[in-house]
Design a protein around this ligand. Structure first.
Ligand code: FES
Length: 148
């Protein structure tokens, strides 16, 4: 059976997960090559439409990684993000997409080892699910106006 590496978008808060990813790199920890890290100022900036667009544009899974509770540099961006992601997961289930393709985790900047483990486990889960059916068939397919 052909081994297909899933494409994963990881929205990582600058203050925690992004630094943890950096630390994982410094520690020479490996994690799957399909993890595409997008640095964001705070998970509170992750609009659910970004997640949907990522899935439409080729991601098989999306992980949002923010600061620990009480550590968000913008007060409660991580709490808002958790609520949004929980709502989005519910919506995904309603349209027939496995909600576990999207997840949110909280971590601190010093959790390099945990970052590598978390993204590896997430990639393993997404690999088992296979390609996401939200993916547009071809790059030439027009973007629906509601998503433009
Ligand atoms: Fe990290 Fe808000 S600053 S989640």
């Amino acid at each position: 059976m052909k081994h297909v590496e899933p494409t994963i978008v990881a929205y990582c808060c600058h203050y925690c997960a992004y630094t943890a990813a950096d630390m994982a790199g410094s520690m020479r920890l490996s994690y799957p090559s399909g993890i595409n890290i997008v640095r964001i100022p705070c998970t509170g900036k992750v609009d659910p439409i970004y997640v949907m667009r990522a899935l439409q544009d080729g991601a098989d899974g999306v992980l949002v990684a923010g600061c620990l509770e009480g550590d968000c540099h913008f007060k409660n961006g991580n709490i808002k993000a958790m609520k949004r992601i929980a709502y989005l997961k519910k919506m995904l289930g309603e349209i027939g997409i496995d909600p576990s393709r999207v997840d949110m985790v909280l971590m601190s900047a010093g959790m390099g080892t945990q970052f590598a483990r978390i993204v590896t486990e997430f990639a393993d889960k997404i690999r088992e699910l296979g390609p996401c059916s939200l993916k547009r068939a071809a790059a030439s397919e027009p973007v629906p106006s509601a998503c433009a």
